[in-house]
Design a protein around this ligand. Sequence first.
Ligand code: SAM
Length: 189
Amino acid sequence: VALIHYPVLSKNGEVIASAVTNLDLHDIARTARTYGVKGFFVVTPLADQQILAGRILAHWTAGEGARYNPKRGEALALIDIQANFSDVCRAIEDREACRPQVVATSARIAAGTVSYPRLRDMVARGDPYVLAFGTAWGLAEDFIEAADHVLDPIGGQRDYNHLAVRSAAAIVLDRLVGNQNRLSFESGT
Ligand code: SAM
């Protein structure tokens, strides 16, 4: 999973670098850990935001927070702060010995998006995928166009569709890698 702070859109449609939100780091890290995601990349080119994110991580993985709530530290330990998205893909390629397929997400309805069942089957084959989530008013168009896939928007009321990125990440991960087979719970397998 990658949380993108640049390039994203401002409310006026300009391409900006958004600020890191503490809540996003905690909630998406906990969701990622819950669903067995291998890494959670926080992408920002801004040095002060990288320092901020690093301080949050240090507190919960090695500081007072780690002592107070080790479970939270276990989730935040997934976080890898990167200056840009190409470094994310390089880091995954170094780890997985092949380039990850990039999946962009957006609330906007567009042609050529991939369905959840189809992407679930593709991910299940075991090749590396990186799910990119935006901040602010969403991922910049150039980013979405460069992705290998764009995931169907999570459907809500058509006249309002602005989920918090934390909520979107949880819904997407549950649909893609959540345990949808109730029988396995009943049979205890
Ligand atoms: N209107 C923005 C957009 O079109 O993405 C919503 C931005 S929201 C604050 C930040 C991120 O949450 C989006 O970049 C996307 O990754 C995710 N997101 C929000 N709503 C979503 C939806 N309905 N379907 C899929 N992803 C969504």
